[in-house]
Design a protein around this ligand. Structure first.
Ligand code: NAP
Length: 251
């Protein structure tokens, strides 16, 4: 392939983002590993390098336009123009609506929606120049509605509209945009949810697995495999889609 083989994954210090970054590195991409704090990216970067891949850890808050600009520029300069972007950074501020604060709402919108918007706006400059690109946004089954997550469900549903619009606007430049909507994936995020509701994580997972048709919860590699396909050259006719990776149909 003649295009640049540089990918950026946000929120890649741990969880799903770390698995996606490692998988894309295995697929032959040099990976810009972005997370809030550069030091926190070390484990992901080392794992990629230990497996013979190339990675660069960059600290940036995806909801901050200046930091996003600087981070994308650094990746482009050191690894080459990014053609693949996985918008994965995310936070939870769960609360029932009557207890949800302004800041619970604003923080979730800032990281998921503004963050994805800022990163995509910055990276598309390189993609359109290269006349090639792959964008994958992390939505969630929560987009369909989930108790205690009015903010998160709204953001994750919003990301689906964003994805479809970007697919329409950038298709002519050889850029596809798709969303992955994971169900229950075992990470620190779901562990934190278990802690919030006061259920031991093992019991929480067992309860979730009982509701999932394939009979188990997901793991970050389940999402990484789907992202790998969507970021591949051969996925070029798949665009504007939302793929539920949830062990069953959840839309
Ligand atoms: P996680 O373990 O909490 O990891 C999220 C990562 O994003 C953390 O490293 C976090 O950094 C980073 N991050 C947070 N805010 C950021 C910001 N403003 N700028 C840059 N990085 C930031 O979450 P996960 O479970 O892997 O989830 C990854 C994505 O999948 C999220 O978008 C999530 O909403 C989505 N998802 C997860 C599940 C699930 O079951 N786990 C299901 C559906 C969708 P810090 O550690 O410094 O906070």
């Amino acid at each position: 392939m003649s295009q640049s083989r540089t990918a950026i994954v946000t929120g890649a210090a741990r969880g799903i983002g770390a698995a996606v970054a490692q998988r894309l590195a295995r697929d032959g991409f040099a990976v810009g590993v972005i997370d809030l704090d550069a030091a926190s990216t070390e484990a992901t970067v080392s794992a990629i390098e230990a497996a013979g891949g190339t990675a660069l850890g960059v600290g940036a808050d995806v909801s901050d336009a200046e930091q996003v600009k600087a981070a994308v520029a650094e990746v482009a300069e050191k690894l080459g123009p990014p053609t693949v972007l996985v918008n994965n950074a995310g936070v939870l501020r769960d609360n029932l609506l009557f207890k949800m604060t302004d800041s619970d709402w604003d923080t979730v919108m800032a990281v998921h929606l503004r963050g994805t918007f800022l990163m995509t706006r910055e990276v598309q400059k390189h993609q359109t120049e290269q006349k090639y690109g792959r964008i994958v946004n992390l939505s969630s089954t929560s987009a369909l509605g989930n108790r205690g997550q009015a903010n998160y469900a709204t953001a994750k549903a919003g990301l689906q509209g964003f994805t479809k619009t970007v697919a329409i606007e950038l298709g002519r430049y050889g850029v596809t945009a798709n969303a992955i909507a994971p169900g229950f994936i075992e990470t620190e995020m779901t562990a934190a949810t278990a802690a919030r509701v006061g259920v031991p994580f093992e019991d929480f997972k067992k309860g979730a697995a009982a509701m999932i048709p394939v009979g188990r919860v997901g793991n970050p590699d389940d999402i990484a495999a789907t992202a790998s396909f969507l970021c591949s050259e051969e996925a070029g006719f798949v665009s504007g889609q939302v793929i539920y990776v949830a062990g069953g149909p959840r839309d």
